[in-house]
Design a binder for this molecule. Structure first.
Ligand code: PRP
Length: 178
């Protein structure tokens, strides 16, 4: 799989170290409070698994699956819920765990949806963030890496459902598309 990459943007080691740093921040910020991690399927599976295990405290985990309406590779901002949370988040401290924020449209919709359910707080932790997302009015509490506006795969991120199980994050070589 790694032979299909033109460039490794984030190595396995860098991911592990950065998630450890974010975990320490999260432990500090949520001291004395219960924490519910909400992973957004499917890309966030790897981040969720590694972040949760980096946290040296109790957490609960729940999952949502959402999909942008329409087809194509860019988000429309109109989202539908494919799988909702199993938990009632009323009065809970919720931390949404994402692999990437690209346009920010998915997260922006998700945060407003979750906020309408009466949680005590909703914050976001994303491993990757692209430049465009920074223009969105979404408050992202924890960002692993700022990356350039390139198509990336690995560590949960796919191209045609492949490469999610790659341990690093990188850009795909053109021969893969053709
Ligand atoms: C990715 C990612 C985010 C969303 C970000 O999911 O996991 O949920 O896109 O894009 P945005 O900031 O432009 O809205 P995707 O729809 O590819 O589904 P997947 O996680 O199942 O791969």
């Amino acid at each position: 799989m790694e032979g299909d990459l033109t460039r490794v943007l984030v190595t396995e080691d860098q991911i592990r170290v950065r998630l450890g740093e974010l975990a320490r921040e999260i432990e500090r910020d949520y001291t004395g409070r219960d924490l519910l991690l909400v992973g957004v399927l499917r890309g966030a599976v790897m981040v969720m698994a590694d972040l949760a295990r980096s946290l040296e405290r109790h957490v609960e985990m729940d999952w949502m699956a959402v999909s942008s309406y329409g087809s194509g590779t860019t988000s429309s901002g109109v989202v539908r819920i494919l799988k909702d949370l199993d938990s009632d988040i009323t009065g809970r401290d919720v931390l949404v765990v994402e692999d990437i924020i690209d346009t920010g449209l998915t997260l922006s919709w998700l945060v407003s949806n979750l906020s309408s359910r009466g949680p005590s707080s909703v914050s976001i932790c994303t491993l990757l963030r692209k430049p465009e997302a920074q223009r969105m009015a979404v408050d992202v509490g924890y960002v692993g890496f700022e990356i350039p506006d390139e198509f990336v795969v690995g560590y949960g991120l796919d191209y045609a459902e492949r490469y999610r199980n790659l341990r690093c994050i990188g850009t795909l070589a053109p021969h893969v598309y053709t």
